[in-house]
Design a protein around this ligand. Structure first.
Ligand SMILES: [Fe+2]
Ligand SMILES: [Fe+2]
Length: 343
């Protein structure tokens, strides 16, 4: 139940490293050729043990957020295929670039500084995920997303998948202009964690940490829609280049995300089941604290942030379609292929 930072960052031995499009990535393959995620030697069993311990102590089950909380990826698979076969791959190149860029930003979680969180909880936190957030868990997460030393992480793995599928398209696409059009550098979106939703006597740093963890958890779960979508068309050798290697890369990224969902869920469940202590010793039910943070984040995820992200993608689709003489037709068919709106 207790691990050093070095242990939580420890790797399995791999028989062969993962090299994608000439880029040395994290993780690798075991003797049977199965992909092994980085930094999972102790981290994965630790997460399982902490969650089991919490369930045994409090008689509760873990916080869950089902994937179908969110609709499927936009554009959907049929729309993605249509754009490529119509000679308008740029919005997909842009989307893969955007996903990689967002993955890179995910590494910012390592800049959170939990310090000793025990004073903020009534119950003992020794041997919990909460107690290991600043002792390896955030750092492992950051390294997985942005890479570490000579090994590339998810950011560059998405870029490699893009370059395999579209045969190094970056020279043709102005990445800076594209990110600008897709709304980067703008506000941090709705549901900003800077605004407090918890009582004033609750430690502000703890609220920021829990707020970011919930936001990231929702993004991590939702990403499984993105993986399924990307793997579906990137694996089609008749549609894109790379003989399915781009889809394989996405499947490795997907495998690496499981411990991210795991530790965030576990630590947030531990926080939910504990009593929070305000600065004057006032007690607050963890279920109420996590509930308030959760509701705000889910509202933003399903509402304003989703709307902004859809609009950014649509802008990019229109931008590229309308540069073509038959652009209006391609666009009309794109809209025709949209899923029927949910009831
Ligand atoms: Fe990732
Ligand atoms: Fe992740």
């Amino acid at each position: 139940m207790t691990f050093t930072e070095a242990e939580l960052l420890g790797n399995h031995r791999v028989a062969e490293p993962l090299i994608a499009g000439g880029v040395r990535c994290h993780g690798g393959f075991d003797d049977d050729g199965a992909y092994v995620s980085p930094r999972t030697l102790h981290r994965v069993p630790a997460i399982d043990a902490w969650l089991a311990q919490n369930s045994a102590t409090f008689g509760t089950s873990a916080i869950e957020v089902p994937l179908d909380t969110w609709p499927v990826h936009f554009p959907n698979e049929a729309q993605a295929r249509h754009l490529i076969t119509s000679g308008v791959p740029e919005p997909l190149i842009a989307t893969l670039t955007r996903i990689g860029t967002v993955e890179g930003f995910g590494a910012n979680i390592r800049y959170l500084e939990p310090g000793d969180l025990q004073p903020h909880f009534d119950e003992d936190i020794r041997g919990t995920a909460i107690d290991h957030l600043g002792k390896g868990l955030f750092e492992a997460h950051g390294r997985d997303e942005a890479g570490w030393e000579e090994e590339a992480g998810h950011k560059d793995m998405w870029f490699a998948a893009r370059d395999l599928a579209f045969e190094s398209p970056t020279a043709k696409v102005d990445i800076e202009a594209m990110l600008e059009r897709m709304g980067f550098g703008a506000s941090g979106g709705a549901g900003s964690i800077a605004e407090r939703v918890l009582p004033d006597d609750v430690d502000h740093n703890l609220e920021i940490i829990a707020g970011l963890m919930v936001r990231v958890l929702l993004i991590e779960v939702q990403a499984f829609h993105t993986f399924a979508w990307a793997e579906a068309w990137l694996s089609d050798a008749d549609l894109v280049a790379g003989d399915g290697r781009a889809a394989d890369l996405v499947s490795y990224i997907r495998a690496d995300e499981t411990p991210h969902v795991g530790y965030l869920k576990t630590a947030l469940t531990e926080m939910r089941d504990r009593t929070w202590l305000g600065s004057g010793g006032r007690k607050h039910a963890g279920a109420d604290m996590i509930g308030r943070i959760w509701d705000r984040a889910l509202d933003a995820s399903l509402g304003e942030n989703r709307r902004q992200s859809r609009q950014a993608i649509l802008n990019e689709v229109e931008h590229w379609c309308l540069r073509r003489p038959d652009g209006q037709d391609v666009l009309a068919e794109f809209h025709h292929l949209a899923d029927a709106p949910a009831a």
